[in-house]
Ligand binder design. Structure first.
Ligand SMILES: [Zn+2]
Length: 235
């Protein structure tokens, strides 16, 4: 069973056609897109799993966040202005002008549903690893700001993440010298129809960037050797 690496937040791209929805000036918008992005997680996926299928979202999460529920009533982050369509910056300040239902539907169709169609297709019969990075200091818009922020946070799902596999992953990262938490500060993993799934959130200070050795090499090495489920676990 080949892994599918899902990288939803690496991009900083704001397409020209949606630029005018944002009320920040160019400099502020670029800074917000960079702060909000899980920078280099796409390069990290390619370095750690060169033969895996890797699916990345091709626009910034400020445009549309493919990791959220499309329906705001199901999405708790919508209460913080960070549902499928963001209205707030990471500091909780206004980000976007009010958009119409029809504009929202256009965003959904073009950047959300298109991505999910590919994701569901690729997820069939696969092990999905949802790869993220996250800041050491919590953002204002985070709901669980007091939670423990380990170097590696493994997000799990009751049905998609067999306990035995998650214990193997946890102990793997611990043996590699990382502090590890389960579902803290972020919990869960997306359900795209894969057989197995786990979210890996790497704290940004331990991930750094591709030119920062040995830190970068250490995280690449740990991900490259991360255990994958090789059999069906007892339920
Ligand atoms: Zn992320």
């Amino acid at each position: 069973m080949k892994p599918l690496i899902h990288v939803p937040h690496a991009s900083t791209v704001i397409p020209r056609e949606v630029r005018e929805q944002f009320i920040l000036n160019d400099e502020e918008l670029t800074a917000e897109a960079i702060e909000s992005a899980d920078l280099h997680t796409d390069e990290l996926a390619r370095a750690a799993w060169p033969s895996a299928r890797i699916l990345t979202a091709n626009v910034s999460r400020l445009v549309v966040d493919v990791e959220r529920f499309a329906d705001d009533s199901e999405e708790k982050m919508a209460n913080f202005g960070r549902g499928m369509v963001y209205t707030a910056t990471h500091l909780g300040n206004p980000l976007r002008r009010k958009i119409t239902e029809s504009e929202k539907n256009c965003l959904k169709l073009k950047y959300y549903e298109d991505h999910w169609q590919k994701l569901k297709q690729e997820a069939k019969n696969s092990v999905l690893v949802d790869l993220h990075s996250y800041p050491k200091i919590p953002w204002v818009v985070e709901p669980h700001r007091d939670c423990y922020r380990p170097e590696i946070d493994i997000g799990t799902d009751e049905l998609l993440s067999p306990r035995e596999w998650i214990i193997e992953i946890k102990s793997h990262f611990e043996k590699n010298g990382f502090t590890v938490g389960l579902n803290t500060p972020y919990a869960g993993v997306i359900n795209a129809g894969s057989d197995f799934a786990a979210m890996i959130e790497i704290r940004r200070d331990v991930m750094s960037n591709p030119s920062d050795y040995p830190r970068w090499g250490r995280i690449v090495g740990a991900l490259a050797t991360m255990p994958m489920p090789k059999f069906t676990y007892p339920t």
